[in-house]
Design a protein around this ligand. Sequence first.
Ligand code: ADP
Ligand code: MG
Ligand code: MG
Length: 502
Amino acid sequence: VEWRKWPGANDVQCPGGKDLFSAASAFTMTAPWKDILCNVQLIQYVAPIAVDSALLEGVLMRTKDDPNASDVVNYAPFTLLPSAVPSSLLEQAYSVQQDFNLLVDEVSRNAEFLERTLASTVKVDDFTAQLFKIYKQVLKEGITQSVFLGINRSDYMFDYGAEGTPALKQIEINTIAASFGGLTSRTTAVHRHVLNVLGKSKEASKLLTNNPAKGIATGIAKAWELYGSDRAVVMFLVEEAQRNIFDQRCVENELWMRNIRVIRRRFKDVFEKASLDNDKRLHIDGEEIAVVYYREGYVPKNYNKQNWEARLLLERSRAVKCPDIATQLAGTKKVQQELSRPGTLEKLLPNKPEAVARLRATFTGLYSMEMDEEGDKIIAMAIADPDRFVLKPQREGGGNNLYGEELKQVLEKIKDSPERTSYILMDKIKPLPALNYLLRAHSPLKVSECVSELGIFGVYVRLGQDLVVNKHVGHLLRTKAVEHADGGVAAGVAVLDTPYVI
Ligand code: ADP
Ligand code: MG
Ligand code: MG
């Protein structure tokens, strides 16, 4: 074995011996790579090979220091080895995705439901209130958009509850700017190569092919086609700092391959240069826009006064917004909590008892903290046992949730204030840890106890009242070290992974 040193890092740190695998749990999920994990020399040898493979395959990110330049880039963080995923749970996640697509679409079309569900939240949460204001204004003017495109990602963890068998439990559904469909399309090849180099070609051949970038592009292409203007373009609405451009380029290039032109613009460009014609068609720089694909606009920091105006202009237009403002609101944590209330799914999806049962099976405990007696009880319950729960504000992108002692302190502070309705409370999901190496530029190479989060990408297209496309288009596995309560690859916590089905 050729000995190569991990660039700029310490030696592999691996607490050797049998206690590494002593917890039965860690053993189950780590078992496929048991013979490799503590072979320090082998790990040292294969880690740089894995990194080179990631660079070759295009698993890339721009750097924090230079987020808008592509002349110095690095690999996106990823696991050295694929992580075990129970096959029944992967299948279950795929088989409920069309139900989630349908559900999100139904919620987005149900003004009464959105209004009632978000009523208390918009009083105390400025960001949701702003979105809601735009929603109401567009409703009042009348919606001119007739083609609707949803691209979402439903995320899960595997909960090992008291019974000791894993259960698929939803963390959340992302209805705006759900990312990593591009880079994850390329991660499988990296892990396949790593396993081959490690002499595990049988295991390598078992890795599932996965191409959400293509599926997402197919959805955008269908929406573009139904919009019905050959000359019109697709506009990716992008952030000021574009670290994750390669993930987006994967989708973008799929569209160019179909001869659909793509332009990239920021809110600022829209504010300065976009306009609507008499027909509410959207134009910018001499181009008509058929589809606006948001990879921006999901957190307060994306907005200033001008950007809110730009958002309103886009929403008023005839262009297909992915998502439209209603669908963004359908993805709030408050809506997620309301969906779990007994009877809600049945009302939203009448005559679909099987879909309702499949959806409900993925829900864990979600609790509202309205200003009533029930809300008081929930808060007392959480303060008494904070480690059982996660406290979530109406935010996206990772790093916003509260856990443990901090959860308790915040609840104690806001328990008598309406501010409490800007949060929801959720049962903490407890997955089994497994051992892996998280490869991240400029970080030491050491074994970590990790947990994974599985996401399934869903795409749907609706023309007027008819759902003409409703599918799942692939998966994303993200893995993080257990010491981080919160997640997110862009947030710098989780890394890209590939499921190894067991
Ligand atoms: P965001 O929209 O910011 O991604 P999430 O609901 O996905 O919000 O929460 C962020 C991260 O927090 C998740 O990726 C996961 O790691 C962790 N998390 C969220 N909810 C739970 C939960 N109920 N149990 C355990 N971990 C959770
Ligand atoms: Mg989210
Ligand atoms: Mg999330």
